[in-house]
Ligand binder design. Structure first.
Ligand code: BGC
Length: 386
C-alpha cells in the first residue's frame, strides 16, 4: 500500500473513533439535562430553615418552579395561542405566606390524606385513630401540619430523559394522629411536550391510610385577578359524590345527568355555578369529588380558556378528582400578577381516592399495608387551541 493510502486510512480511522465518541457524548448530554435544573435561594422559615427553589426548563422554554417546603409548585408557565409563556398557577408574592400556614394550600403536596376525613377519626384493623381536627369537626388535607408544611428532601435526577425532581419525606408513626411510619417519594417531571408529570410512591411499616394529591390552582388566562368562570371544563365522569353540610360525602353516588354537575360535555364553569342547587349551596360552588369513568392512566378532564387558547388536559390513574372552584379564596392576599386572589380566581383538579374513604366501606380502599407499595400518577398537559 502506498504511503498516502496508509495516511488516509489512519485519518479515516481517527475520524471514525472521534465521531463515535462525539455521538456517545451527545446522547449522554441528552440523558443528563442538569443544565435544565437551576437551584436558587428562596427564603428562610421562622424556624431558620433556608428554603431552596428548583427551576426546571424544557426544550420549549416552559418552566416549573418548586420549593423544598411543602413540595410547593410556586410557578408553572404555559404557552398561549401566540406562543407566549405565562405563569398559570396561583401563588403568594411573599415566601413567608407559604411558610406561615398557606391557608389555601397553594401549589402544595397534600398528605397523608387528600380532602376530608369525617369527625377526624377512623378505624383500621379494629383500632380507632384520632387525627388532627383542622376543619370544623373534620380533618382536612392531612391536618394542620400536613405534608404541605413539611421540609422535603429534593434531589434533581441525573440520567433522565427530561428534567426531574425526586422529593422525599418520611412521616413518623403517629404524625397528626396517623398510624405507621410512612416514606413518601414524589417525582416531578417536565416533559418536552409541555406536560408536568407527577408520580407518587409510599411505603409504611404498619397498616396505614394514604391518599396523596397536588393542590395547584390553575388560571389559564395568566392573569390571577380574573376569575376562572370563563374557563371551559370537561370531566369524564358520569357520577359524583354529594356531600353533607361539612363537605363529607353522604355515600351516595349520584348521576350528573341533568344537573349543574354534568361536565361530560365541555361547558363554561360559570354556566351553572350559581344555579339553585342544594349541592352547589353546600359547596359554595363546586367542591366535590367526581367518580371518574374507566380505570388505569387515562385522560379524565380538559380545561380550555378561549381568550388565550390555552388548554390543560389531566390524565390520572386515580378513581376520583376533586374539582374545586376556589370558593374559599377571599382576597386577603396579593395575586402574583397584581390585584388580589379573589373568589374563584383559580380552579383545582385534585386527582385522588374519594374523601373519607377510611370511614366509607363502599369506596375504593385507601389502606396501605407493610410490604405493599402505593403508586399513583397524574399528568397536567398543556397545549393550545387556535
Ligand atoms: C377542598 C376545599 C378546601 C380547599 C382548601 C380543597 O381540596 O375541597 O374544600 O377549602 O381544598 O384550599
Amino acid at each position: 500500500m502506498k504511503k498516502t493510502s496508509i495516511n488516509l486510512l489512519i485519518l479515516f480511522a481517527f475520524l471514525c473513533i472521534f465521531g463515535c465518541n462525539k455521538k456517545e457524548n451527545q446522547s449522554k448530554t441528552q440523558a443528563q439535562p442538569m443544565e435544565n435544573i437551576q437551584v436558587s435561594d428562596y427564603g428562610v422559615t421562622s424556624k431558620g430553615d433556608s428554603i431552596k427553589k428548583y427551576t426546571l426548563t424544557n426544550k420549549n422554554g416552559m418552566k416549573l418552579e418548586v420549593i423544598n417546603f411543602g413540595g410547593i409548585i410556586t410557578s408553572l408557565t404555559a404557552p398561549d395561542k401566540k406562543g407566549k409563556y405565562e405563569d398559570v398557577v396561583l401563588g403568594f408574592t411573599k415566601p413567608e405566606d407559604y411558610f406561615n400556614g398557606n391557608p389555601y394550600y397553594f401549589g402544595a403536596l397534600i398528605g397523608r390524606y387528600g380532602n376530608r376525613i369525617a369527625n377526624a377519626k377512623f378505624t383500621l384493623d379494629g383500632k380507632s385513630y384520632d387525627i388532627d381536627k383542622n376543619d370544623g369537626p373534620n380533618s382536612l388535607h392531612g391536618g394542620k401540619e400536613g405534608f404541605h408544611t413539611k421540609f422535603w428532601n429534593i434531589e434533581p435526577l441525573k440520567d433522565t430523559k427530561f428534567p426531574t425532581l425526586k422529593l422525599t419525606y418520611t412521616s413518623a408513626d403517629g404524625e397528626e394522629g396517623y398510624p405507621g411510619k410512612l416514606t413518601t417519594t414524589v417525582f416531578y417531571t417536565l416533559t418536552d411536550d409541555n406536560a408536568l408529570e407527577i408520580s407518587y410512591e409510599a411505603e409504611t411499616d404498619k397498616p396505614a391510610v394514604v391518599n396523596l394529591t397536588q393542590h395547584s390552582y390553575f388560571n389559564l388566562s395568566g392573569n390571577f385577578s380574573k376569575t376562572i368562570l370563563d374557563h371551559e371544563l370537561q370531566i369524564n365522569a358520569d357520577k359524583f359524590l354529594p356531600v353533607n353540610e361539612t363537605l363529607i360525602p353522604t355515600g351516595e353516588q349520584k348521576a350528573v345527568k341533568g344537573s349543574p354537575f354534568d361536565f361530560t360535555v365541555s361547558k363554561p364553569i360559570g354556566k351553572d355555578i350559581n344555579a339553585d342547587d342544594d349541592q352547589l349551596k353546600k359547596g359554595k360552588g363546586y367542591d366535590h369529588n367526581w367518580i371518574l369513568n374507566g380505570s388505569g392512566l387515562r385522560s379524565i378532564a380538559k380545561v380550555y380558556h378561549p381568550e388565550s387558547g390555552r388548554v390543560m388536559e389531566v390524565l390520572t390513574d386515580e378513581p376520583g378528582v376533586q374539582f374545586y372552584s376556589g370558593n374559599f379564596l377571599d382576597g386577603k392576599f396579593d395575586a402574583k400578577t397584581g390585584g388580589k386572589n379573589e373568589l374563584r380566581t383559580g380552579l383545582c383538579l385534585e386527582t385522588q381516592h374519594f374523601p373519607d374513604s377510611p370511614n366509607q366501606p363502599n369506596f375504593p380502599s385507601t389502606e396501605l399495608k407493610p410490604g405493599q407499595k402505593y403508586h399513583s400518577k397524574t399528568i397536567y398537559k398543556f397545549s393550545v387551541k387556535k
